[in-house]
Ligand binder design. Structure first.
Ligand code: NAP
Length: 309
């Protein structure tokens, strides 16, 4: 976050021998070029400076400081602008960014894997492999799309996860774990240097290298405090990978946007840790992935509250 925008990277990526073509090219962007000085100078100015004659914009940037100003700036400079090409797909592509600015909190995705009879672990929290290797890789791809990943205390204890994207190319998200009394073993993979780890606790506020301790107010609900913290840290999306206690709290507090439930339809456990549950009316679709069933839910605002105008 805060690095050069796509327009800058795109223009910089043009080889020296082809640079003379820029002034006769069409620039295609999934989001309206920015018009303001933020962490970087306005992309609209760069496009004007490079004499790019035509820009195709998939969707408007609803961020208050842009919101049509980027397009207007280009038009004022005599650039031809074509708007709203593949608008729905572009809004979906930019959903985390839009949600973050509109609601001042990260976009939250829930994900878990369950047996055919609805368990996520065995008796006494015994961790068990549920999804297949292909689905696991898909999950790592999802992780690479999110800026943060979260688990609850019992999952940290019993699953000993590292929460990295090791089966996919991409950055490891910032890890978030609840450890109220700082009881978790800091030698565990979860705390290694592969990613920054935010430790929500009731004991201290501190920073120890890549470990960020955030002291929660125990008189108040934890999740709104967390989402505010992530907003302040400019983290625009979060994937929550369990366990069911944590997942259910996001559902109950209405603080989720999408959910993916992976079911191994051939695996029955009959007892153990029960999966979380989602409101049936939030169901959108389901499909199969190499034998696992994926069920998708979403909890998005009504169309009038989205960016589609
Ligand atoms: N199959 C899967 O996809 C999957 C994924 C993850 C985990 N699991 C399994 O799930 C089991 C653990 O489940 P679980 O539901 O007990 O664990 P969990 O959600 O990982 O941890 C629960 C604990 O975290 C804290 N916590 C969670 N949500 C909170 C909230 N909103 N506010 C404050 N504190 C909160 C509480 O700690 P305190 O008690 O300290 O207050 C709570 O007791 C393990 O057996 C693991 O193997 C399965």
């Amino acid at each position: 976050y805060g690095g050069p925008h796509a327009e800058v990277n795109c223009i910089n990526s043009v080889a020296e021998v082809n640079r003379h073509l820029i002034s006769s090219s069409t620039l295609y962007v999934s989001l309206e070029p920015c018009a303001h000085f933020g962490k970087t100078p306005p992309c609209a100015d760069l496009i004007i400076e490079k004499n790019i004659p035509k820009v195709v914009v998939a969707c408007h940037d609803s961020f208050a400081q842009v919101n049509g100003c980027g397009i207007q700036k280009l038009r004022n400079a005599g650039i031809e602008v074509v708007e709203n090409i593949m608008e729905k797909a572009a809004i979906n592509l930019n959903k985390r960014f839009f949600h973050f600015h509109r609601y001042q909190k990260p976009y939250v995705t829930l994900k878990w894997a369950q047996t055919a009879d609805g368990f996520v672990a065995g008796e006494n929290f015994q961790a068990l492999p549920i999804s297949n290797a292909y689905t696991n890789r898909w999950v790592h791809k999802m992780r690479a799309s999110e800026m943060a990943i979260m688990i609850g205390t019992n999952t940290a204890i019993h699953d000993a996860p590292s929460l990295t994207t090791r089966h996919w190319v991409g950055r490891n998200p910032v890890r978030v774990v609840i450890d109220k009394q700082l009881q978790l073993n800091k030698e565990a993979d979860l705390f290694n240097e592969a990613a920054t780890t935010i430790i929500l606790n009731e004991v201290k506020e501190a920073r120890d290298g890549h470990l960020h301790y955030f002291k929660i107010n125990k008189e108040e609900h934890l999740l709104p405090q967390l989402l505010q913290l992530l907003f302040q840290k400019n983290i625009n999306s979060l994937i929550v990978e369990g366990g069911p206690a944590l997942l259910q709290s996001f559902v109950e507090e209405g603080l989720w946007n999408e959910a993916y439930i992976i079911t191994n339809e051939a695996l029955f456990l009959r007892s153990g840790v029960k999966a979380a549950s989602l409101p049936a009316d939030k169901f959108i679709s389901s499909w199969h992935m190499a034998g696992d069933k994926i069920v998708y839910y979403n909890n998005l605002p009504s169309p009038s509250e989205t960016n589609i105008t």
